[in-house]
Write a protein that binds this ligand. Sequence first.
Ligand code: UDP
Ligand code: MN
Length: 320
Amino acid sequence: MERSGNHCEMRIKRFAYWFTGLAIVVIIWKLCLIESSVDNLQSIRKILDFHKDQLELTQQQLVFLENLAKKKSAGGLPTIYAVTPTYWRHVQKAELTRISQTLRLVPNVHWIVVEDSETKTDLVRNLIAESGLVVTHLHAKTPPFEQLKDKDPRWKRHRGVEQRNAALKWLRSNLQVNKNNGIVYFMDDDNTYNVKVFEEMAKVKKVGVWPVGLVGGLNAETPILDEKSGKVKGYKSGWKADRPFAIDMAGFAINLDLILKSEASFSYKMEKGYQESEFLSYFIKKEELEPLADNCTKVYVWHTRTEKPVVNGVVPGLEV
Ligand code: UDP
Ligand code: MN
């Protein structure tokens, strides 16, 4: 009796060993499967990321073709290369929505959006895809030592230097002198633009200038014209009006060929508030500036600034 009891116990034990062994094998096999599907998913993700850029390009080529047709009907206007540096903060999407929708009203614009980031972000990518505009999407990160800190006053650092230079580099490597009839305009993401400013800049031969509202400590900053010659003889500005060119970034546009023929760029070494003045000095003398906007009597662009909102929480799943 005892013998057969032992025998039975051994059989159960053996069965238990077999069963455990089998279960372990099955578990390991399943884990391997899961691991390989995670690997697969990761490589699919990499491929998708890669195709995102290609998709963006293809989509842009389509928009470009569509716009080519529109441009013909726009009567051979020069292409306006509008350069917009932009960086992430809670108001970024709102700012870019506002200016991209203004640009929808401009038939001859090629928008160059340069993100201040390590890589292009989906937020900007999607906004561009929805905009229906001809866009070149770039990124160039401001080096950490030049980055504006949260508590720094804005004037403490140069802003948009890296990004505008990246756009200049793109223009110089992708366009040719005397081939592309174009105008370059530095269009910050937070200003307010009347579409008329784009109509004005289509008249630019070398460098066109006009007043800018809400800047330089006055209701508007403007070139002062000589009554007799109609040429620029000075500037009205509440801040260093004696700068060689006391003009805000939004107050001038330059012929593309001049940009392509030069190596002019922006620099962190420039004195604060002198980016525009030093940049323009590469190209032109004050007397050669072309006053636009009804001899500088109209304001078609405002240097508005968006208040930083108080954001104490983030609603999940809502991109704002
Ligand atoms: N900008 C940027 N990175 C920054 C700060 C600003 O790319 O760290 C961009 C910003 O989006 C804008 C331009 O640079 O298009 C000028 O910046 P901002 O409007 O703050 O300067 P301000 O109007 O005071 O000269
Ligand atoms: Mn601004």
